[in-house]
Design a protein around this ligand. Sequence first.
Ligand code: GLN
Length: 473
Amino acid sequence: MLATALGMLLLLSGAGTAWAQTTDDGVEGKTFVIGTDTTFAPFEFREGGELTGIDMDLIRAIAETEGFDVEIRSLGFNAALQALSSNQVDGVIAGMSITDERKQVYDFSDPYFESGIQMAVAATDNDIKGYEDLAGKTVVAKTGSEGETYAKSIADQYGFTVTSLDQSATMYESVKSGNAVAVFDDYPVLAYGIAQNNGLKTVTEKVPGGSYGFAVNKGQNTALLAAFNDGLAKLKADGSYDKILDKYLAAPAAAVPTGFGDLVVRSFPALMKGLANTMVVTGISFVVAMALGLIAGFMKISRNIVLRGIATTFVNIFRGTPILVWAFFFYFGLAQLIGQPVNIWVAGVLTLSLNGGAYIAEIVRGAIQTVDPGQLEASRSLGLGYGKSMQKVVVPQAFKIMTPSLINQLIIMLKDSSLLLAIGFAELLYQGQQIYAANFRVTETLFIVGAIYFVAIMALTKLANYADRKFNK
Ligand code: GLN
């Protein structure tokens, strides 16, 4: 019931809201937020930390020709589409195929690239030669992609299972590691990866299919769409379009294998930026969570039933629901409800602090109740009132009791902050994903990321324990 009501509200507000440019008042001088995939080389990928690729060059060249600015958000394919639906971005360019289903909800530009689906297997695999060999096996495809739709459409016929993943890099990794036997992806992307020695080979003919288009939300950003088409036509006319394609497709340079040390050195700047974001978002969220948790914790032991009820409801809701649900809700859902894009920091802090606050409330309540009731009685028999007794006798002891649990909670929050990568928050693991999405060195990159988390958490624990010893003695 509540869910239906909320759904209706979302729909209604979604239909009525259009804070992005909706009218044809031109694009000149404006900045548009454009969502894209994490990695879909040669269309979008990172080189030396910078986003490049055919899509990136195209949108930037068009923006320059048409006199507008773009701010690119590397979100992942499915997340980019969700961000577009909830107007968190103005447009999406992500090697996105123009399909009939998508045309119901998005408006597409003129097509700018012909594509189609193909299947690839591990280069070392000699068993899978066609769809017939897939019976009883698992294949991977990207969540929300045309490749996924195609794989699912023939899955029953050939008797295989489709597992959906969010990123090209993890899809390829699962095939190489043997968790899946094949991947369904767009052929230009597979071809490019194979030329780069990504450890795969194609075994079937490509399925001719969708062309790529730039997308905006249906009926919105019409000026931006018109400018894209106009700019694309100009780039085609003056030869820049062909130049962009040639730059990436003519002779894709094979990746030069480099050592682990080199990977560490090269990925360090981006990872440190990620670590800084992780620390800051955790720090702010912890402060807010402490405030919430203290208030709710005291409300829980209050003698007022209403206050107790409110606090219990708060704790139950946020302890009883996954963090990721709230991250999506605050970033995508809330934006539709209020008709305003929600800043990613605000969404991140809300998510972490409400969840953390619920746990801290329980820590606070537990600690206060752990203080020997005799302490309160003794203090009151000495003539102090209830409030003063709490403040001077019970709470100081409770603080000592709760400190280790609070340190624990801080560490949990730091680790949980990695979930925010799902909404495109540029924290440590997100940066790691961006790196392996580009170089396909998943294991080594994750090892570096894990080591950084470990060192950061060890340092934080040492610091917190030191503070605990200093202030709680
Ligand atoms: N072309 C495919 C689609 O639109 C895949 C796009 C992508 O993975 N970025 O579904």
